[in-house]
Design a protein. Structure first.
Length: 323
């Protein structure tokens, strides 16, 4: 339980900050989330701060708000996709995610997908949690097991205890430490195993387009790097016509092909950022081919359109000199 006793994460007195400041801090770290206070204009007791350690990004979030919500419009405005491993440090927090509800008490853990609407409920009571931002595409594309989101691990569960211990180790390890890369990979694998699915059963389909798209999204994540992945392959897997699937995506204002492409681009971006810490000699082209791109010129154009930078820009050192 060392993590829960970390005085840098838990403290007796939390200073109030303005609602606008707290909101701006949260959104700069986690993306588009919309807080709601118990009273309009009331200051927030707590803080939202980013913690970078061991080459991993954490959000340390404490507050006494009513709730914090993220909907489909918020999701569409965010370019980055993560899985949030949330560990409750103080107080309690209600979580509503993918049709499931849970209450997190001290020591409990849950895995939340940034590409799905989520509501955190606090009811004006102080809550403090740590959120580890895991690269979503890597978590799925490199996984050999099916794992669940929105399933709570009780504090006493050995898997929850393992995750807390591993996070505590990571938070005491600098990025320059020789073991940091191994710790990151261990964290990815440990999280997958902690939330491994009981049977890997695909959710049942019905005539709802939204339900079909949920299943399609799972299939895309699980088969993202496979060469056969396409709209036709997906339509066959879920038992609908290609036209029906295309109409489902049109309802979202996108195409199935675009969704697959953008997910692959995000995977490549995560892989390129990892190249900074590795000395394998792997090239960007090799990463792009492995993610499912066959035309490097097309890949480069698509990457720049989505991220407004070239893939090689991600490998350039960040300048600390003001221009």
């Amino acid at each position: 339980m060392e993590l829960l006793n970390n005085q840098a994460l838990t403290q007796n007195a939390w200073a109030p900050v303005s609602y606008d400041q707290w909101t701006n801090d949260l959104q700069s770290i986690c993306g588009n989330f919309n807080p709601k206070a118990m009273e309009s204009g009331k200051a927030v007791t707590g803080a939202a701060r980013r913690v970078d350690v061991c080459g991993m990004e954490f959000a340390h979030v404490s507050n006494d708000l009513d709730r914090v919500h993220r909907d489909w419009d918020d999701i569409r405005r965010d370019a980055n996709e993560h899985l949030f491993l949330i560990l409750q440090l103080e107080g309690s927090c209600g979580v509503e995610h993918v049709g499931q509800q849970a209450i997190l008490d001290v020591g409990d853990c849950i895995l939340v997908d940034s590409t799905r609407p989520t509501t955190f409920y606090f009811g004006g009571q102080f809550s403090n949690h740590l959120s580890l931002h895991l690269p979503r595409q890597i978590m799925y594309s490199e996984s050999h097991v099916d794992f669940d989101i929105a399933r709570k691990l009780e504090a006493y569960d050995p898997m929850a205890m393992m995750l807390r211990a591993l996070v505590a180790k990571i938070m005491s390890t600098s990025e320059s430490d020789a073991s940091s890369a191994n710790l990151r990979h261990l964290m990815f694998n440990a999280t997958r195993q902690a939330f491994v699915s009981g049977g890997g059963v695909m959710p049942a389909l019905n005539d709802s387009a939204s339900r079909r798209l949920q299943v399609v999204d799972i299939l895309i994540d699980r088969h993202l790097t496979e060469s056969d992945l396409s709209a036709r392959w997906l339509a066959t897997r879920i038992g609908v016509s290609i036209r029906t699937l295309q109409e489902d995506f049109q309802g979202l204002g996108v195409t199935c092909t675009t969704v697959i492409r953008d997910k692959r681009l995000r995977l490549v971006r995560e892989k390129i950022e990892q190249l900074k810490d590795q000395k394998s000699g792997r090239t960007i082209a090799e990463v792009a081919y492995a993610a499912g791109f066959n035309d490097i010129s097309y890949f480069n154009r698509s990457f720049k359109e989505l991220f407004d930078c070239a893939p090689t820009d991600l490998l350039k050192p960040i300048s600390t000199t003001a221009q």
